[in-house]
Design a binder for this molecule. Structure first.
Ligand SMILES: C[S@@+](CC[C@H](N)C(=O)[O-])C[C@H]1O[C@@H](n2cnc3c(N)ncnc32)[C@H](O)[C@@H]1O
Length: 440
């Protein structure tokens, strides 16, 4: 071999050995490997988190949550701390780029103290994302690991999963024990904004600060339900249930009626499950910590919200499901009435017609479907159609729906509603509501 070739081969060998030793590379290989042998097709039953190879009755046509989804969702929660810190660090390094005079002025006015304060808030939010991970891993472990009907292969995967998040399963006391010095590496392309949205929903759904946003929604929906005789042979269905306040409120208010909630996003669903299963005292969240714009001062940006989860227990009649509403089916087809409650949901559809058809398909499971809707018409990503309120009303009519109620609240003097709105901010977003109650 020529001397040049020898140098090249040695260089390549050296680079390969460095890459192979890096944690990121090892994680990547192990994730690809375990995906191939195990988690791709293993389905997770919700809300028990029991592993199964059978598609649950409610989603027989597919599009269900899998072990792989669970793993990736937990990873996104885990990466929150690093990604949020990195975003804050970018601001620090941009400010460091100014000349010495301006840099000193920024220091004197407290700009760098603010960014330190933000980091502190991120650290505190990270306590919550860690609690979410531990609670979900505990549920997963106890639903499967000590169950003799679960195969050893699956148990081994659960053990590996816990290990990869820095927990060891103590088989004697049946608890998860934290492994010291667990290192987090960012692997997936997890958008930070989605994780922030999910943990902020814990505030929106359960903290007193956002009671003002929940109240009008609950008031309208209960007002419509109470006009009818909601009985034990009925079913309440809440698609796109987010972190779960509405389904929880309804199940608590109508205890003799079964409530199925269906949520597609893993982040939202696991946040909901966490809220229902977290057994300790209240948690604290800083929902606006990385809202740098529109702030009057640091205190507002670091607003702390208490989320009293100890009062949020899953009622017996509530069945929170993880999956796609458009393929959801109730377990029984003998209901008198099914009430489909959509709050801030229909405008998230890529294909609104598909959502309408999914609601209408519930007619096979009851004598009458009632559809109660409240929320804006602010269409999301790549919608196929963007109907206005009147077009939607005409569509309901020609498809056989009868409206018993329809109204718009779009008066800026009091008819608008916030959605995770920072009421201290110089920029505040509010929504008008299209509210209707229709039956078929
Ligand atoms: C704007 S959020 C509203 C959440 C909740 N209704 C609330 O008011 O807090 C809409 C939710 O619908 C969920 N979603 C969208 N399409 C869905 C589908 N096909 N099946 C189940 N959930 C869906 C999204 O993941 C998201 O959590």
């Amino acid at each position: 071999m020529s001397e040049g070739k020898l140098v090249l081969v040695s260089l390549v060998t050296l680079i390969m050995s460095i890459v192979a030793r890096s944690a990121r590379f090892k994680n990547f290989v192990s994730s690809v490997f375990s995906e191939k042998v195990f988690d791709k097709d293993i389905i997770i039953n919700s809300p028990t988190l029991k592993l199964t190879s059978h598609i649950p009755l409610q989603f027989e046509s597919g599009n269900v949550s899998t072990f792989k989804n669970l793993k990736q969702t937990l990873r996104a929660f885990e990466e929150y701390g690093i990604r949020a810190r990195d975003q804050n660090n970018i601001l620090i390094s941009r400010a460091n780029g100014f000349d010495a005079i301006v840099h000193n002025q920024l220091r004197v006015i407290g700009y760098f103290d603010k960014l330190d304060g933000v980091q502190d808030g991120i650290n505190r939010n990270t306590i919550v994302t860690k609690k979410i991970i531990k609670t979900i891993l505990s549920n997963l472990t106890f639903a499967n690991y000590f169950d003799s009907s679960i195969s050893n292969d699956w148990k081994l995967e659960i053990k590996r999963l816990c290990d990869s998040f820095g927990y060891r399963i103590d088989e004697q006391s049946k608890v998860l024990v934290q492994i010291p010095d667990h290192k987090v590496t960012c692997m997936f392309n997890n958008p930070l904004s989605r994780v922030i949205e999910s943990i902020s929903h814990l505030c929106k759904d359960y903290s007193e600060n956002f009671e003002i946003e929940r109240k009008p929604i609950i008031k309208f929906i209960k007002g419509q339900l109470d006009k009818l005789d909601v009985s034990s042979n009925d079913l309440l269905v809440v698609p796109g249930s987010g972190a779960g306040f509405l389904s929880w409120q309804l199940a608590t208010s109508y205890q003799n009626v079964k409530v199925d909630s269906i949520e597609l996003s893993g982040l939202m669903y696991l946040t909901n499950l966490f809220a229902m299963n977290y057994k300790e005292k209240d948690i604290r969240i800083y929902p606006f910590v990385q809202f740098y714009s529109g702030q009057k001062n640091l205190e507002n940006q670091l607003l702390e919200m208490h989320v009293p989860l100890e009062r949020v227990k899953k009622p017996e009649n509530l069945n929170p499901l993880w999956g796609d509403f458009t393929v959801y089916m109730p377990v029984s087809n003998k209901h008198d009435k099914i009430f489909v409650i959509t709050a801030y949901f229909i405008d998230t559809a890529e294909d609104l017609i598909e959502y309408v058809k999914a609601i209408e398909a519930l007619k096979k499971y009851c004598k009458k479907v009632h559809w109660i809707n409240v929320g804006p018409l602010k269409y999301g990503t790549q919608p196929k159609i963007q109907l206005n309120g009147e077009e939607l009303a005409r569509l309901r009519k020609i498809r056989g729906w009868t409206d018993t109620f329809e109204s718009y609240s779009n008066d800026c003097e009091g008819g608008l509603n916030g959605y995770l709105t920072d009421t201290n901010s110089l920029y505040q977003g509010y929504y008008g509501h299209l509210q209707f109650h229709s039956y078929i």
